[in-house]
Design a protein around this ligand. Structure first.
Ligand code: BES
Ligand code: ZN
Length: 629
């Protein structure tokens, strides 16, 4: 029975194109793992000519929002290739010049051509090279509107004193400021010289080698995919939280941030205990200005994070646990293509839960999982079937479209089922081996599954038979056997919410004194929507939600104020939309506003003012929601 089931699983995976013949033969070996796949989101041909190292020399000019300079790419011809051109990804770059060298000096001009601009992929830069070329130098500049950069006026920062620049490369925005093989299947080491105004601090996802007179030197000696190259420049200071961890932020929020994340050293130790040593040296956190379009970004050695997670009570540290988890899943073992994105995010979300449990206790982890599951269920009710599949087909689409709760929460549930089926000890040991085995490689879903079949499922086929792998990976929705998480604390909150909504208790009698962020979110989310104005008033009067200093709670409350057309909150709603650029928070607010004519007018007015302050990615995302009348 178990054997039949295994054969069926393999047949099903092969049918879905998830087990290539090379993978079958190479079972358990990683030699083929970074070949034999094609990335539809890159023009490059790393199977012919592959970039191994990137040396940047860039100047950030804040007056005209220009990042310009040179990229020296060290290349290697592959599979006996002799004459193929080097094809790079670019988006809105101005290329001034290209030259090559066979030894890193003595550069000679080479012929290059920039292809037509694809709306999603940008333009291919094709460089014709002599056979013995080893280094290619490109002299270029990025557009002031580069999709992967945000230039901020001092007024958009916490301290309002200095301008700020930061990058956000994932998924395919590295190409908007570096001409590169912008595929997660390509790994490069890099170093950089960054020239910036002397009063500013420059940081990268790399080892900081030193700064002299406005020139900052960086080096990343471990091979990483281009989406992990990162840069930030601004009035930034540092506060240590432990021997190898610390927080960077603007001076006015540094103390608060350092307190909020004072457990960082413990977080790192917790993952190390599970999956082996942290391999990147330091782990620091950079708190960005509020327009940062994401919650966090796992740039190696230096996670980028939104200030909206500074809640004052450490209740949103889960975000740091998540980004830290990527130091294993994502940065060490990387999705080879964006269809395999769930390998990065599903694993990171699973590990995030394990870290939270280890450091803050099981109940905290469970509460976070219950809230995440509600989000997923909502997605599954509203999304196209094709977007509910872990191994998603993104051909012809922007990979940023794949960043839904499906790869995160469904992916984590899949792993949690395996953990519960095989037991923690076995699964922990298995994952540790997985990270060691594929360390510093980019792998596909099929390579991961192949390894799992051989290293885990084959050892206990009776247990493996309980896991509907094909359904998890290649079908929409959730398997009926998906694990369910229950949180006693949230269930108590839910009962209280229902009693209050039914008029059985007054807001003043709610047992909310020690509610954490998660309990507040649960309370607000399970209430009927929209609430009647007197109920909105009662809650606001009792708990001052419109003035909440916790952005996660405020965001949830503001969504409810729009649904209920609760006008007293609108000034706060406006100022929130004017300062916060985190897409997860602002997109639902705009979407809710667009449901009524008056709301839509309000949305258009506010967006017209807020838009210039949003990140280019957020501008485009909100453009799709807030349409002109
Ligand atoms: N890697 C992602 C952020 C990302 C994904 C940026 C795809 C661009 C494209 C990061 O690890 C992440 O998942 N951030 C989450 C927070 C996390 C706690 C779920 C976010 O930004 O909301
Ligand atoms: Zn993530």
């Amino acid at each position: 029975m178990a054997n039949i089931n295994r054969r069926e699983a393999i047949a099903a995976l092969s049918a879905a194109g998830l087990l290539g013949s090379c993978n079958r033969k190479q079972a358990g070996s990683h030699q083929m793992s970074n070949q034999g796949f094609h990335d539809v989101h890159s023009f490059s041909r790393p199977d012919k000519v592959r970039v191994r190292h990137v040396a940047l020399d860039l100047t950030a000019s804040f007056g005209d929002r220009k990042l310009s300079g040179t990229a020296d790419l060290s290349i290697e011809r592959r599979n006996g290739d002799t004459g193929s051109p080097l094809i790079l990804d670019t988006r809105d770059l101005t290329i001034h010049h290209a030259e090559s060298s066979s030894d890193g000096s003595g550069f000679q001009p080479v012929k290059w051509a920039l292809g037509s601009r694809d709306a999603i992929l940008g333009s291919a830069l094709t460089i014709h090279l002599p056979e013995n070329a080893k280094v290619v130098r490109i002299v270029y500049e990025a557009s002031p509107r580069a999709s992967g950069l945000q230039w901020l006026e001092p007024s958009q920062t916490a301290d309002k004193k200095q301008p700020y620049l930061y990058s956000q490369n994932e998924s395919i925005h590295a190409r908007s400021w570096i001409p590169i093989q912008d595929s997660p299947g390509v790994r490069v080491t890099y170093n950089a010289h960054i020239h910036s105004p002397e009063s500013l601090t420059a940081l990268m996802s790399a080892d900081h080698k030193g700064s002299e007179q406005g020139v900052h030197r960086f080096s990343m000696e471990l091979p990483i995919p281009p989406y992990l190259i990162a840069l930030a420049i601004g009035g930034i200071r540092f506060s240590p939280t432990g021997p190898r961890t610390g927080v960077y932020a603007e001076p006015s929020i540094l103390k608060k941030a350092a307190w909020e994340f004072s457990d960082m050293e413990k977080l790192v130790e917790a993952v190390e205990k599970l999956y082996g040593p942290y391999r990147w040296g330091r782990y620091d956190l950079l708190i960005l200005p509020p327009s940062f379009p994401f919650g966090g970004m796992e740039n190696p050695r230096l996670t980028f994070a939104t200030p909206t997670v500074i809640a004052g009570d450490k209740s949103l540290v889960g975000l740091v646990s998540h980004e830290l988890a990527h130091s294993w899943s994502g940065n060490l073992v990387t999705n080879a293509t964006w269809s395999d994105f769930w390998l990065n995010e599903g694993f990171a979300t699973y590990i995030e839960g394990r870290i939270q449990e280890a450091v803050y206790g099981r109940e905290q982890a469970l509460m976070e999982q219950v809230l995440a599951r509600r989000q997923l269920d909502h997605d599954l009710e509203t999304f196209d079937k094709r977007d509910q599949i872990l191994h998603i087909d993104l051909e012809g689409r922007d990979p940023d479209d794949g960043t839904t709760d499906v790869p995160y929460v469904k992916g984590a549930l899949f792993l949690r089922q395996i953990e519960q089926t095989f037991g923690r000890d076995r699964f922990d040991a298995y994952l540790k081996r997985y990270f060691d085995h594929f360390a510093f490689q980019s792998i596909t879903t099929s390579t991961m599954l192949d390894y799992m079949l051989h290293q885990l499922f084959d050892k206990q086929p009776d247990l493996a038979a309980r896991i509907p792998v094909h359904e998890w990976v290649s079908e929409p929705g959730l398997p009926a056997s998906a694990p369910r998480t229950v949180s006693d604390r949230l269930e108590a909150v839910e009962r209280a919410a229902r009693d209050w909504a039914a008029g059985k208790t007054k807001a003043s009698a709610l047992p909310s004194k020690n509610w954490s962020t998660q309990e507040w979110l649960e309370f607000l989310q399970v209430l009927p929507s929209p609430l009647a104005t007197p109920q909105m008033k009662e809650l606001d009067g009792q708990f001052h939600l419109t003035r909440s200093g916790n952005d996660e709670i405020l965001d949830q409350w503001l969504k409810m104020t729009v649904a209920a057309n609760y006008r007293p909150a609108y000034p706060q709603l406006k100022s929130f939309l004017m300062t916060v650029g985190r897409m997860k928070m602002i997109k639902p607010l705009y979407a809710e506003l667009m449901k009524t004519p008056e709301g839509a007018q309000f949305a258009r007015d506010v967006f017209a003012k807020a838009r210039p302050g949003y990140h280019p990615i957020a501008q485009t995302a909100v453009d799709k929601i807030v349409k002109p009348a």
